[in-house]
Write a protein that binds this ligand. Sequence first.
Ligand code: HEC
Ligand code: HEC
Length: 297
Amino acid sequence: MTRLSHSKAKLILIAAALVLLSIALILFQPPSVSSSVQLSDSPEAIERGEYLVIAGGCISCHRGEEDAESFIGGLALETDFGTFFAPNITPDMETGLGNWQAKDFLLALKHGRTPSGSFYYPAFPYRAYGGLSDQDAVDIGSYLMSLEPINNSVSSAQTPAWLNRWAMAGWNLLADMNEVEFEAFDDELVERGAYLARNLGHCSECHTPRNAVGILDANREFAGATLGEDVIEAIDAAALEEWTATDLDLFLLLGLKPDGDFAGGDMNDVIEHNTSKISDEDRAALAAFFTRHNQPE
Ligand code: HEC
Ligand code: HEC
């Protein structure tokens, strides 16, 4: 090899490395988030946040193993991709959120990014919460920061060797590519129901099928899924054809199905902590969305 071609090869290698590095930088760079919304300690913001945390079903995952009332974390969430532990989201300095700022809540809830720029695993349904308004995400933060700090350490995620946090950059990219733009509804009630179902209430996390890498199949929204051994019913237009809005409303309030059966398993938990505690108006919005407008394209 001549001297010249040697240095040429070196240049090509350097150029290739630079291209890879810039792709990595673009992938790993935290998204920029609004700095115009701030955490607040006003009773109004905290009360709004508390309501949103109920409608978001956060306690289902973030409660303690033996303490169902506080957000101290520790529950093990078994998935096909490992076991994940919902963290302590009280403002404890050592084991909880510490002094999180508004931007940390926007990055975590809407983008699945940690304050230090790393990635959360999607066992935390940040793809659903990604559609939250900034104000809602920050009010949630204001509420969490108003809680009593409780010291409780939570185990770290147990994943197979090939799966690490940085791989979530690629996963997020794939999930973006699989995303479907949903039409907005003219009817305000139905539009509110869509926000509660698709975003805050994250109904898809259990009711929509996933592909081999765990990305939701948005083209088959609410078409039913499997979770480990459990089969989770479809709740799309076809599946709920016989249900009236009142049926669905009653189900989300009491767990009673039109055929007289009661909800079981994980749905019980959703009803107990989330849909039975939201306002009558919001429950009516969910019922309107599911019974009138969940037709796939
Ligand atoms: C389906 C279970 C589930 C639900 C529902 C859920 N989370 Fe989480 N959350 C998790 C898991 C699991 C993690 C940690 C993911 C990881 O290890 O990367 C997490 C992480 C977080 C974090 C980051 C904490 C830290 O210490 O870095 C915050 C903040 C958070 N969740 C807030 C919320 C809020 C607010 C809600 C409701 C709107 C919510 N979560 C609903 C499972 C859940
Ligand atoms: C944590 C997982 C999970 C989440 C989140 C969830 N569901 Fe369910 N859902 C289930 C399971 C499991 C069942 C089956 C319950 C049973 O066996 O009775 C179910 C059943 C149902 C049924 C009854 C279907 C039938 O034909 O009997 C409806 C309706 C329903 N869910 C609506 C919702 C709505 C609306 C949301 C969002 C606000 C939601 N679910 C969120 C797990 C979930």
